[in-house]
Design a protein around this ligand. Structure first.
Ligand SMILES: CC(C)(COP(=O)(O)OP(=O)(O)OC[C@H]1O[C@@H](n2cnc3c(N)ncnc32)[C@H](O)[C@@H]1OP(=O)(O)O)[C@@H](O)C(=O)NCCC(=O)NCCS
Length: 156
């Protein structure tokens, strides 16, 4: 069971740490263990930047594990773009990303976005396709890999 709520500034350090561990441990399908790519991908995942993302327009959410630790984080911009959706490695496959995505979609719909868009990692592609997302054009070059633009209609 996870609780999802708006992210708090005092969690920024724990969120940044979780983001870097998620990238390193879960996203090998994208970085293939390439230390240079892991470093570049993780470079902006700092507590300072997390504080900026929390304060930015849009929404940033924290998923909390039963012990109160940071289990995941997600963010979306007011234009309907999902910017982040990461789970702590030890919490993978326990519903965290699903819960975060549902809350982001709910917030976007409430904010008047009829459609949500994102660029999926290779790691997360099957996850999004199983949740109603469809390809929105061909994969695009992204770092040393590719990302897949996806979209999902939220409102008719
Ligand atoms: C893939 C990923 C996004 C799934 O998040 P999660 O929080 O572990 O997933 P949830 O528990 O909410 O959802 C379960 C989904 O995980 C996948 N899954 C579950 N068990 C699995 C297993 N044993 N092996 C492989 N995939 C499995 C399935 O897609 C499953 O969906 P389903 O219920 O439709 O079958 C996540 O594990 C991940 O690797 N994130 C890395 C960060 C990332 O790439 N973020 C995306 C940036 S756009």
């Amino acid at each position: 069971v996870v609780l999802v709520r708006e992210a708090r500034e005092e969690e920024a350090e724990a969120i940044a740490d979780m983001l870097c561990r998620s990238i390193r441990d879960l996203c090998a399908a994208d970085h293939g263990g390439d230390e240079e790519m892991i470093a570049a991908w993780s470079a902006n995942k700092t507590a300072e930047n997390v504080c900026k993302w929390i304060a930015a327009p849009g929404i940033m959410l924290t998923a909390l594990a039963p012990d109160g630790g940071v289990a995941g984080a997600g963010a979306a911009a007011p234009d309907g773009t999902v910017l982040l959706n990461y789970v702590a490695p030890e919490m993978r496959f326990s519903g965290v990303s699903t819960a975060l995505l549902l809350e982001l979609e709910r917030w976007l719909l409430k904010s008047g976005c009829p459609e949500v868009r994102l660029e999926s990692t290779r790691t997360a592609l099957a996850f999004y396709l199983a949740r109603g997302y469809e390809k929105n054009g061909p994969a695009v070059p992204w770092r040393k890999s590719t990302a897949q633009p996806l979209r999902k209609r939220l409102a008719p």
